[in-house]
Design a binder for this molecule. Structure first.
Ligand code: FAD
Length: 280
């Protein structure tokens, strides 16, 4: 089923996973999928290594397996910045072979030394994929993409992705809902009308947060800083407080009518389980 059709029926709860390193069909990974599928998400998206080679076939295989073996709709991420035309054609063929219907079309991050560059921007990839029949989603950034100095310009590029065929957007993680609400208002104001699903990642450790801030530039509300300070040396309490924060964040987003919720599970089904239980 196309994710655009799911959005016509409901506000989906979706999960994100990443392909495991090493042997693909490890028992533990399928245990992860099995546990996640019991939570009945509306779809599961599978990330894709931004490298032009190595490991990319796993995304298609896993996205296909989620549909076929677990009966849950899937979405395969696809990046383009480090690929040439042939690599892209191979990626697309793998997605078709695996029976994947939904693709999150992304630019990806530049790998130092890579010169492939079939496309420079996600909107170009989307135009290229239009003829392939996928339902396409795209990424968006409530606090602006880290490389773009001007948030208004970033929004114009978001609009271009809708024009290029995107049917839905999923946001980068954020901790401050007011950033999302401001962004949403501006996006709607310039004519972005497709669903925009907020992406939520619970805090689990100080190191994880430091990495996230550095790579995506998410700002930290004082509540998060207090949690990190208070439980710095108490990982169990930090995890619990992180889940509680994510539950409160999601409740607030739902109360504001958010177009679904996307949970970054970090391949830990217990995180998704605890969040969904907290929401009940
Ligand atoms: P784009 O939409 O192309 O934007 C990239 C930058 O270029 C922005 O600063 C934008 O403002 C600018 N820009 C866009 N169009 C133009 C134009 N015409 N002229 C000038 N500037 C322009 N990465 C992975 O490697 N694998 C994944 O699986 C993955 N999954 C993700 C899932 C989500 C939900 C999100 C939010 C991000 C994900 N990423 C993933 C990270 C993503 O690849 C990076 O954030 C990347 O830097 C930008 O990708 P994009 O598709 O948003 O790029």
């Amino acid at each position: 089923m196309k994710i655009a059709e799911i959005f016509q029926q409901k506000k989906p709860i979706s999960f994100e996973i990443f392909p495991p390193k090493g042997e693909l069909s490890t028992e533990s990974f399928h245990a992860t999928l099995s546990a996640l599928s019991k939570l009945s998400p509306d779809y599961i998206s599978v990330t894709c290594s931004a490298g032009g080679s190595g490991g990319r076939e796993r995304t298609a295989v896993l996205a296909g397996s989620i549909r076929k073996d677990y009966g849950i709709e899937s979405c395969a991420h696809l990046t383009c910045i480090n690929s040439d035309e042939q690599m892209l054609c191979e990626d697309v063929q793998r997605l078709h072979d695996a029976g994947v219907e939904n693709v999150l079309a992304l630019r990806g991050d530049v790998i130092p030394g890579s010169t492939a560059r079939v496309f420079r921007y996600a909107s170009q990839l989307m135009r290229r994929l239009q003829a392939e029949g996928f339902c396409m989603g795209g990424a968006c950034y409530p606090e602006g993409h880290i490389e773009c100095a001007d948030p208004e310009e970033d929004l114009r590029h978001l609009y271009e992705k809708q024009e290029a065929g995107a049917s839905f957007f999923v946001t980068q993680l954020f901790f401050d809902n007011t950033c999302f609400y401001r962004f949403l208002e501006k996006a709607r104001g310039i004519g972005v009308h497709i669903p925009i699903t907020p992406g939520v990642m619970p805090i689990l450790s100080k190191a994880q947060i430091e990495r996230m801030i550095f790579t995506c530039g998410a700002s930290l509300p004082s509540d998060i800083i207090r949690i990190l300070y208070r439980y710095e040396n108490d990982p169990d309490s930090l995890r619990k407080a992180g889940i509680d924060y994510a539950v409160r964040q999601i409740r607030d987003l739902q109360a504001h009518g958010a177009d679904g919720i996307h949970i970054y599970t970090m391949n830990r089904p217990q995180i998704a389980t605890d969040i969904l239980e907290g929401l009940r």
